[in-house]
Design a protein around this ligand. Sequence first.
Ligand code: ACO
Length: 327
Amino acid sequence: MGLNAGIISTGHSYPSGVLTNADLEKIVDTSDEWITSRTGIKQRRKAGSDEYTSQFAVKAARQALERAQIDASEVNLIVCATTSPDQILPSTGCLIQAELGANNAAAYDLFAACSGFLYGLTTVESMIRTGQIKYALVIGAEVLTKYVDYTDRSTCVIFGDGAGAALLAPVAADKGILATKIVSDGRFAEQLYSPGGGTRMGTTHETIDSGQHFFKMKGNELFKIAVRSMTSISQEILEKANYTTDDIKLFIPHQANQRITDAVAQKLGVNESVVYSNIEFHGNTSSASIPIALDECIQQGKIVEGDLILMASFGGGATWGATLVRF
Ligand code: ACO
């Protein structure tokens, strides 16, 4: 019998700093009532000025390795999904590798915004299934609050910081990742982007002064695309694997907005009781949102061996994806 790639362990980490809706009321023209009713968010974690992405990634990855009792030297691949890297060069993946002492791993970063974790799972899945590698860490890690403009109320209320990690390894063919799919549509690039700081608009005093390095988002347009794409890709992979929503123990969507989660769940016909949400406490942590949620579910005993879990994401790019896993 062949093998599948399975998630054998997880971990997560986030900054101790908390930014509440009440804190934001003092910074921009907003209200707890607006943020809660439009997004479901009550607070988000915010890194301090001396904290950075790889620190949270390393803590999450160490937790996953310790729980699986796997030494870092046994890891063959580290994929760090992030839109807020420590720096442009080297990759955050390499910085994580050095800190972990994972000296036998290849490491790289994957840029797919909020879909980064599912893009990572999809990429690594075939490498494990075909025997190219044995142990891989897929990490979603972000310090988005350093890319957020705290004068722009339409973005600063949404994003938060944190990291989640999953350790993947070969498992029996009836377990692990049963179906997974990723999609992009670059025609939506300017719905969520950061124009400055790259080769197209190099960093100058003017680009900094005009805030070109901050995230800019057309939220209500993305909202519709997010609901449509997460619903259709979830239906597609369920069908491909011959399952229906009735078979799912838990649905873990990207935590973008509670209203997006509710709309996708309703269109999929998934009962509210199987939909996981932590957006109230974390806000939108982009690529970290699904692995943080997954680890919370495992630690709380919401996922046990044999359970079928559906994960779906949508992010800037636009990118989207869905992954079906049997634990
Ligand atoms: N407080 C008070 N009022 C606000 C705020 C705020 N924080 N933000 C916007 N408003 C106002 C707007 O100015 C607007 O006012 P107007 O009607 O007078 O012009 C009004 O509220 C409505 O604005 P919308 O943008 O239409 O509000 P919407 O209900 O769409 O909510 C939100 C905005 C929360 C951003 C929502 O659109 C959303 O969640 N979109 C999806 C985001 C997403 O999924 N992004 C991709 C993933 S993230 C990633 O890849 C990193």
